[in-house]
Design a protein around this ligand. Structure first.
Ligand SMILES: Cc1cc2nc3c(=O)[nH]c(=O)nc-3n(C[C@H](O)[C@H](O)[C@H](O)COP(=O)(O)O)c2cc1C
Length: 320
């Protein structure tokens, strides 16, 4: 069994956190990850209601499974109801990413809830530490969804020099050897999103799942084009990593012109409505080429853990 400060803190049997992924990670996916011995998280964005938070959190809670909730700082500024519903659901961990977590940490701590934050730069680390965040998540640019510009491994190494608090690695980790590498580098755990994208318990549409299964790791783009098209007020420093599709081929890098083209923007809105992955965003990270089968998230987590343990047991063989 692999034990780290993360497994001890949250009473897990493997140091794997199922990333909060808005639109994919609801209560069923979080439950399935936690059933595998990790900590499953729900992803909440500005499109969600407080009652969605309540009903989805009730799913793992009903089975007495540990769970977490991922919130976005820039969304919370106008949506305090999402924070209230989250606190009422009593998760073990809440992440407040993509913005300053400071206004929310004390409320969460007062409710007995540990706080994580994804960080993308050294400046983010200083801000998260000042805010009193308990777990830092070094999120590399390889990650699916919204992320920064620095790569996972150099970011992780630097974050580890800046704090003694547990640091979790996110972005591009999808195999047991990848997980072992992050742990050997000093991470207290891994935060996986892309490996869960085609899981049967997730909320992704069948068409999106098929695209995920078929895509290679060469087929992602880090772009603001979809956010501009959908009129979502994501801060510019966090573009989103998605599968390359017809829309991104045409509009990535031309976001200024897109602002003046209502018909082009409407293509994405319409594709979202109909679930057409040719124009709608399918957010996924660079490890997407390793996702080749539709499986239960419980199996994904268990197999990742077993393969990581095997890789860690082989580490001493490297020494003369
Ligand atoms: C479809 C999708 C949606 C995501 N939504 C959120 C979110 O709502 N909140 C959040 O903090 N991170 C979100 N992320 C980022 C993940 O938390 C995480 O950093 C990332 O998936 C880890 O890298 P990986 O995809 O390479 O495993 C999302 C990622 C994906 C792929």
């Amino acid at each position: 069994m692999i034990t780290t400060p993360l497994t001890r803190w949250f009473d897990l049997t493997t140091p794997v956190i199922g990333a909060p992924m808005a639109g994919v990670a609801g209560g069923e996916l979080a439950s399935a990850v936690s059933r595998g011995g990790g900590l499953g998280m729900l992803g909440i964005s500005g499109v969600h209601s407080a009652s969605f938070v309540t009903t989805q959190c009730a799913i793992p809670a009903a089975e007495q499974l540990p769970f977490g909730v991922g919130l976005m700082a820039w969304v919370l500024a106008d949506r305090p109801d999402l924070l209230e519903a989250t606190i009422a659901a009593q998760p073990s961990l809440v992440s407040v990413s993509f913005g300053d977590p400071a206004p929310y940490v004390a409320r969460l701590h007062d409710a007995g809830i540990a706080v994580a934050a994804q960080v993308n730069t050294a400046a983010d680390v200083a801000r998260a530490l000042d805010a009193g965040v308990d777990v830092l998540v070094a999120q590399g640019t390889e990650a699916g969804g919204h992320t920064g510009h620095r790569a996972t491994l150099p970011l992780l190494q630097e974050v580890l020099t800046l704090t003694d608090r547990p640091v979790v690695a996110a972005g591009g980790i999808a195999t047991g050897s990848g997980m072992a590498a992050a742990l050997v580098a000093g991470a207290a755990g891994v935060w996986i999103g892309t490996p869960l994208l085609s899981c049967t318990e997730g909320l992704a549409s069948p068409a999106a799942r098929q695209r995920i299964l078929a895509a290679s790791g060469d087929e992602t783009v880090l772009t603001r084009a979809f956010d501009v098209a959908e009129g979502i007020a994501w801060p510019e420093r966090w573009p989103g990593r998605a599968l390359i599709n017809d829309f991104s081929r045409e509009w990535h890098g031309r976001e200024e012109q897109l602002l003046d083209d209502a018909a082009a923007r409407q293509r994405v809105v319409e594709a979202r409505r109909t679930g057409d992955p040719a124009d709608a965003p399918v957010y996924a990270g660079e490890s997407v080429g390793l996702v080749t089968a539709e499986r239960s998230a419980t199996d994904v987590v268990r197999e990742l853990d077993a393969a990581a343990e095997k890789a860690l047991r082989a580490v001493p063989d490297l020494l003369a």
